[in-house]
Design a protein around this ligand. Sequence first.
Ligand SMILES: [Zn+2]
Length: 323
Amino acid sequence: MGSGNKEKVQYSKRIRYLRRLILTSVAAACLIPICICVILAVRYDRLNSKYEQARADLDWYRQRFGNEKDILALEDTDETPSEGGEGSSAGAFESMDVDYATVDVSGAQNPEDIEGTRYVYLTFDDGPSIYTDEILDILAEYDVKATFFVCGKPDAKYTDSYKRIVDEGHTLGMHSYSHKYSDIYSSVDAFSEDFKKLRHFLYDTTDVLPRYYRFPGGSSNKVTKVDIHELMDVLEADGVTYFDWNVSAGDDRAGATKDTIYNNIVGNIPRFKHCIVLMHDAADKKSTVEALPEVIEAIQAMDDTVIVPITDDTLPVQHINNN
Ligand SMILES: [Zn+2]
């Protein structure tokens, strides 16, 4: 009788165990897909907002550079340093062989002429973009300060990017509010209005009043309908200095890759004692971000070379002087 009871107890124990097992399995079978769905939904949402941001960035870019390419292709057939400049990879910009460092530009000095330290200024045009944070992360990782020549992008998603540039000790420069060549280079008034709009916008956003400017297309651009010297006067009247570049990443040229960007920068820096390096912070310039860590490592490994942000002490590189 005792053994019969024992068997019964064991039997019901097993039943309970099995029941628990089945219930747990059913619960797990329901919960796991739900969890996966939730995780996927969150990831989808994140990716989707990133995608939307990238699309908005690209639209911003296309609006400006779509027309600009046509203008430049029509008007600009010479090869000048400015062609390395602005977001255009079509028309006259197609050549990958242009060596910008061989172009004689003021402020670009022969290493033999000057003893001492080489100063390298990394500059990023056209931001903020979906890559600004990534660029800032890389700069922070290598403890490097750079200069950002930004445009006016009032969308709230960029507010933190402007602030982060300033908060992390980088120099905030101006690169026109609209970056629309057809507008800013149509008249002195249009240029002046755009310049003031950007300056106020940046001051409102960051509490910093920027003092440095980079002309879209560089000071040697051939798009402007007004004499560039008149536009320089606008900047000068407000105590703003403009900077071009003597080393170009070439990241705006067709076929630019991580390697071509690396070679364009690292290969040309030894030619100058003051290197102002042109790069872009834009949605379609992923290769620039990819090249950046190795570019910084290579520069930091050069003798007597420092990477610094543009300040009032920086010797400006200017393709065209205002005199
Ligand atoms: Zn630009």
